[in-house]
Design a protein around this ligand. Structure first.
Ligand code: NAD
Length: 246
């Protein structure tokens, strides 16, 4: 029997990059998969797609209810959608701070609270949040983004504690810089894409970017019923950036 057979998995931001790779990995492992994305266009074929903006609570609730009705509940939630922000602490005005928090932190809370009643009914309930090495390492010019990812890590521990008694495991992955459309957009917008790319690769001890598939593999493992004793952890998938000095 395959690992996620009879389980329903929801992946936010599942139409691109890490989320799309995760949706594909979970489907490959036997889950019935739904994606919530504000732009459903390039979600993997064969997954259920709900187009919704995580900043819109009513849209999120509607999407979660439709998924549960169509696929028969929700067992695994991957809170992966997120957006970036550049600059130091002075670089962004209040409205940009509110916008990025609204998606990266409140968005995660909105989807989680809408999914909770379904997760509580599951015998294999798991939440996996996509944090970032920016949440635990001081990276230059990522003040606002890093603050939101630190909040995702704090929320992961808090949710793991709150929902232990509900039988819901809550974990996170903290990826290093990954080769996704997001990072390709950053490189395309930089003054010297080759130098920026070399700098990002060089920051990671392995000397290369992480792949979306490697992060998807870690997310699927944390979400798997085979990880039944793992809750309240943050798994780095960062080519050694966080802990190695080589
Ligand atoms: N790429 C990296 O280097 C990297 C590193 C660490 C962490 N992360 C995190 O991984 C996650 C995915 O990143 P990615 O590189 O795959 O990005 P991506 O831009 O390729 O994909 C993000 C997806 O999220 C969706 N999305 C964004 N805002 C949304 C909203 N308001 N409502 C609904 N959907 C929304 C987008 O439409 C897109 O499909 C993010 O949380 C990001 O912070 C990425």
């Amino acid at each position: 029997m395959s690992e996620f057979e009879n389980l329903v998995a929801v992946v936010t931001g599942g139409a691109s990059g890490i989320g799309a790779a995760t949706a594909a990995e979970l489907a490959r492992r036997g889950a019935r998969v739904a994606v919530i994305d504000r732009d459903g266009g390039s979600a993997p074929a064969s997954v259920h797609v709900e187009v919704a903006d995580l900043a819109d609570d009513a849209a999120v609730r509607g999407a979660v209810e439709r998924i549960a009705a169509a696929l028969g509940g929700i067992d695994v939630l991957v809170n992966n959608a997120g957006i970036g922000a550049a600059g130091d602490v002075a670089a962004n005005e209040d409205d940009e701070w509110h916008r990025v928090y609204d998606i990266n932190v409140l968005g995660l809370a909105r989807v989680s609270r809408a999914a909770l009643p379904w997760l509580r009914r599951s015998a294999a309930a798991a939440v996996v949040n996509t944090a970032s090495v920016a949440g635990t390492n001081g990276l230059p010019n990522r003040a606002l983004y890093s603050a939101t990812k630190g909040a995702v890590i704090a929320l992961t521990y808090a949710m793991a504690a709150d929902h232990l008694a509900d039988g819901i495991r809550v974990n996170a992955v903290a990826p290093g810089t990954a080769d996704t459309p997001w990072v390709r957009r950053i490189l395309a917008a930089s003054e010297d894409p080759e130098a920026t790319s070399a700098n990002l690769r060089g920051r990671q001890p392995m000397g290369r970017l992480v792949t979306a598939e490697e992060i998807a593999f870690a997310i699927a493992n944390l979400g798997s019923p085979r990880s039944a004793s793992t809750t309240g952890t943050v798994l780095t998938v960062d080519g050694g950036l966080t802990t190695l000095r080589v």
